[in-house]
Design a protein around this ligand. Sequence first.
Ligand code: WTA
Length: 659
Amino acid sequence: MSISEENLPYKEKIELKSWPNSTDIDSYRKMHGKSLENIEEHWANVAKELDWFKPWDKVLVADPQPPFYKWFVGGKLNASYLAVDRHANTWRRNKLAIIWEGEPTDSSGNPLEVRKLTYYDLYREVNRLAYAIRSKLGLRKGDTVTIYLPMIPELPILMLALARLGVIFSVVFSGFSAQALADRVMDAKSKVIFTADAFWRRGKVVRLKEVVDEALKGIQFVEKVVVFRRMGLKDTPMVNGRDIWWDELLSDVPMNTYVKPEEIESEHPLYILYTSGTTGKPKGIVHDTGGYMTLLHATMKWVFDIKDTDVYWCTADIGWVTGHSYIVFGPLMEGVTEVMYEGAPDYPTPDRWWRIVERYGVTILYTSPTAIRTFMRYGDDWVKGHDFSTIRILHSVGEPINPEAWKWAWKWLGRGSVPFGSTWWMTETGGILISHAPGLALIPLKPGTNGLPLPGIDADVVDDEGKPVQGKRGYLVIKKPWPGMLMTIWGDPNRYIQVYWSRFPGMYYAGDWAIKDEDGYIWVLGRADEVIKVSGHRLGTYEIESALVSHKAVAESAVVGVPDPVRGEVPVAFVVLKSGVNPSQELVKELRNWVRTAIGPIAEPANIVFVSKLPKTRSGKIMRRLLKQVLMKQPLGDTTTLEDETSIDEAKKAYEELA
Ligand code: WTA
């Protein structure tokens, strides 16, 4: 059962009294309240723990005015320096930074490819690549590039090399299509693209370079495409003068090359990451350097309780924000040993992950509800007998975790004894804002909750008027700026104001429904807008609709997310065909494929329902809410604004016939 207002296990509290930082709710709230009295002082105390080339003059400046905020203004630092130089110059030099496993295994399930990089290796690779990027590609601070790479160590190495130079990068998830890639390349105006020939996914070769070629067909301004040989395919197409092999770029760069990290202003953009909203194309979320790294440092300590003896594994893909913050910049800044895995979670068998946990003795596991539900479905036999005794902290992210999935993971992976939270945050927030904090002060667990806001985070739940509500569904807001918050939307500052700061004046609007319970714990229920989460991946229903109407047979479409027991939500499309076009099973197949090609496999509609008209208001707005209720077989509620009642009856009938 998914979590909803009616079925929250509010009262079920689990106290881990033997945990060193265990505390009660009142003490935590007192500490939290104190942190909010002076957020500048609070965050400055965290930021002090980073290495700055030049200290800041002002902690927080509204520039030019709210809601544009700048953190640690006047300060200079470098994210690449924090993640590699700091460790390569200390005893951590020979400590493992990344343990990477490729997907292929031998017949007994042992990985065929494992790469282990120490902090010194990482330092060397980052420096060499930064040198090549600057001297051979001519990239400089403030330039923008696009990265389209799979889960291989070259991805973090590249991100750190670019950060070293102040080159702003946009990583595009390797599961996105050519069209999605093209949109993002165009919006960021990247002159250089970094990619790979191919990678492994579920035993299949995914040829990435071809996707890049397809994406660049209509784009003139891209000057160079750098290609990493992940598979060493012999037949990778290379465009003369434009494409260059990664190894050739590095071939004459000496091992001991050093590139002095640029002294980057705190508010200089580190990266752009595109994410879906209610309308329009994905927005380029811009993150700064100083504030972002400060929030990551705080959360690595508070939420993950990171220690030098840990083996940390965040199972996300770096193509999404979780990977940016909690595979690349957060853990490496802390000098952690971390695991990185290329392939599918259940390949070749559903215990692939548990073998990885055992092989490296993973102590901290950060994963997603959808992964947990997938493993639950495979059954207990696949977890039984595996050794989880090393795991000391579990966390989940990406969507609400239903209490059943929480309990299953806690019992098996957490052996009924470790801290386990559901960390709430978004691409826009940069890092975790609401979460249990076992590294700081651990309050009682409740299966499925997000817990209390972290110190310095003024999160609340409000009603339509912006007034706080408790015990009732409302909107999640953040009432004070925080370091790590997005700076703006790339190239569209007005949209930044309109999307996040206009719903409730003076408050950041997250776009989530949430409930605050009697203890003040926050339970995020899901999106309050047209965004859906498919297997934790964020998609806009609007993007899927746009893809559908670009097909020659489609006149109109409305897409809604419906609950799915494993994937959380899946898109279902209502489609009005152009006159003269007849619905058929072939057309359903074709349209589903069309969306896959336009956006990527994750966006493929689970169902396509043909109707002759869509439910609309008198002013012509599609009433997706009603369609969702049809799909969920719920009472429709208020339909007075509906222009034509028969549209809903038809949708109902069409859906029932389908089922
Ligand atoms: C949802 C992912 C409930 C939420 C880091 C948010 C969650 C959206 C949780 C952002 C959680 C993320 N519990 N819901 N622990 N974490 N969400 O930008 O709806 O991909 O608004 O960032 O994911 O998704 P995004």
